[in-house]
Structures are given as structure tokens and as C-alpha cells.
Design a protein around this ligand. Sequence first.
Ligand SMILES: *Cc1c(COP(=O)(O)O)cnc(C)c1O
Length: 453
Amino acid sequence: MTIDEVLSVLERVESEDLDPKSGRLFAYVYETGDENIRKVAEKALVRFAEKNLLDFTVFRSAVFFEKEVVGFAKSLMHGADALGSFTFGGTESIMLAVKAARDFYRKREGKAEVPEILAPISIHPAFLKAADYLGLKVVRLPVKEAKGDTDAFAEAVSNRTALIALSAPNWPFGTIDPVEEIAEIAVEKNIPLHVDACLGGFILPFFEMLGENVPKFDFRVEGVTSTSLDAHKYGYAPKGASVVLFRNAELKKCSMFVDVSSPGYVFVNQAVLSSRPEGPLAAAFAVIKYLSVEGYKNLASKILSARNKIYKGLKELGFESVGKVESSVLAMSNPEIDLMGFVNNMKKLGWQLHLQKGLKNYGIPDNIHLTLSPIHDEVAEEFVEDAAKAVEMEPEVDTKQIYAMAERGDFAEIIKGIEEGRLDSSVIPMLLESVPEDVAVELIKNVVIEWFR
Ligand SMILES: *Cc1c(COP(=O)(O)O)cnc(C)c1O
């Protein structure tokens, strides 16, 4: 192909995507609406795309950028003496925190027991994935008012506990776990405590500066030993940018992998992957420098404004918040309407919402999830107007029929609907309620195999 022909293919395939700049997505992208951020990020991304983070003795710029990006993360988390590593995403940061906790546990307790992670049910699945990869077990504890329940942690700690994991905030509900309370248990029992601030790390500090009431969750809390924060979320850097921070060098060392036994080079990895482009790190640096604290504060105030408008609008339509509204996430339930129909109606009006299954045992109803970005401040009024229409609209898809199909185990039609864009993929968890977990996992793997075959 010629360059022009390749470019025309790119244009064609791109036309199938929702436009991430449109402000009509409420997850996946964190859009500011500021073209300069994109410009400065793209320049750095392209300029350093060919450099390899594998060997920082060759590419010295990697050391400079990493110290700068980690340094900014440390200042946000009030960890002047903390040590960090740059990673390609929250999952990788969490992977390293879990490995650190595992190796620290093994040093103390040996390898006899399967180490456990204690976490509220609302913890991000990256912890389940890390435990699966690294041979740990996650003990999932109940939530009270959509937050981790301190009493449940006090009861569950044992000599098998390698890590307590909490969120600030969790993704489903946007609530902040009671870090200060649970940290007391961690201190008393000398157990590492990770605060997953992948979502909140680059936004909650600025909410605090703007005078919002944000409970403490960072290194100011004694007992917090590690934390993760994603520059590619509210840091507004392009994807592939996160930081994991450790309170001391001993823990950071446990997160690393070094091999001196193989022929070839000394293998030194601070992160999970080895060869990686330097572009995302350089881009994260560029965006952080371009915005600096004032820029981030400014964007945070737009998010607060968007959140308050959308919250008020949805409340007037009969929606209720699932937990306390205290971050950049809204989780809204409405027992009066069919939420699956609502989400699909909104999809028809051009809005990509996310449907979430409730936790009946913990008093949490089904709800819709909105991760808010600065761009939403510009579209909040339009969103509320369309939400009012969507509540009244006759759903295009017969949701009763879909539930009935799921009940019968007839998923083929449902999957076709998703593939053809008639149904939103976030309906799936609602439909799998009657399917045993292992069967559901197998079913989903099969669908994905076919999707990519
Ligand atoms: C996004 C997120 C993660 C995982 O991050 P990725 O960058 O998608 O790997 C972990 N925890 C929370 C709370 C998140 O929102």
C-alpha cells in the first residue's frame, strides 16, 4: 500500500468508533476539551516513541522523565520520602504492589501459606488478576453504604494476610473507603496497606485544594504502605501512564525483578514489561508540566461543576445516588424505571452510559455509572435534557424479552445485538445473574475467541 492508501484505511476503521472527544462517553477516556494538552502530549509521544525504557543507562532521558512524573505523583500523595515506578497502566501498578506485598510476606512467613489480600467487594478486578497471576487469594469483604466495612476487616485479618487493599475511590460507586480507620488495623498487625488511587490520585488532591471535603487516603495516613495513581486518567496523559508508589525502599525492592544469571544483559525491571516505548512516559511528563497544579485545579473545578449539574438533573428525574457523592464518579439508581431500557435509549441519543449490576446482599440497587471529565461541563445541560427524553422513550429493544432469553441461556441473539450495536455490552452482567460464575466465564471467553477469530 502507499502511505495515502494506509491513511485511508485508518480513516475508515476509525469511523466505527465513538469519538472520544465528544463528551458522550462516561468511561474509558478523560477528555478535557483543551487542544493544547493533546498537542503537547502528541509531540512528546511521537518524539520518544523509538526510545526503549528497557535500558535507562542508554536512554538517560528515561531517568529524567520518570523522576519527574513519579515526583509529581509523590507530591500529590504527600509521600516526600516515597519511592515509585512508572508503569503502563493501573493494572500494572497494582500487579507490582501485589508482588511487593507477596514477596514481603514470604520474607516474613516463608512460602508455606497462600497469602491473602483482604479487600472490599468493590475493589478493582486488577487485584483478582494480580492474585491469579501471582498465586495469592483475594478475600472479598462486604461493603456498608458502598464502602469497605472496618469491622469486617478487623474480623478477617489473620497471619495469612499479605495485603489490605482499599480504593480512593472505587470505580463502580466512586466512594472512598475508610482508609484512616482500616489503616489502624494494618498498623496494629503490621500488614501492608495499598490504596488504589488509580482513579482518584490525580483528581482528589485538587478537589481538596478547591475546598471539597475529601477524607485522607494517602501517605499522610500512617499504615498506608503503597498507592497507585493513573496519569492516563485524571492526569490527562495519553494511555499507557501510571505510577505505583511505595513508602520505603524495602517494599519497592520487593516489587522489582532482577536476573544476573542469564547470558546476555543484566535483566533489570522496575515494571512488568521489559521493552516499552518511552513515548507515554514523555507524554505524561509533558502534560504534567503544561498543566501544573493550577491547570489541574482548573479542570477539577469543571468536573465538580459538571457533576453537580448532572446530579441535580438526574435527581429531578427520580434517580438516587448509590453511595455518598464524593469523587468524580456518579452511580445513580432509579427503582421507577427499567435501567436497561434507559441505557439503550441514551445510546440511541448518542450517549454511552454504563449499566451496573447491584449488590442485593449489601443493599445496592442496579445503577448507571458516570465517570465525569472536564468536557462534561459543556454538555451537562444537553445530557440532562436527553436523560429526561430517555426516561419517557419506549425502549427500542424489548428488555423483558432479553431477560427471558438470558434466563433460557439463549445468549446467541443477545451477543448478535451487541455486535450489531443495538445493545450495549454493559447489559451483560445483568443477564448473567442466573448463570453460575464458571459457566459465565467460559461463555464470555468463547464469545471473545469468536469475535477476534
Ligand atoms: C482504571 C482503574 C484501575 C486499573 O487501571 P487500568 O489503567 O485500566 O489498568 C484500577 N483501579 C481503579 C479504581 C481504576 O479506576
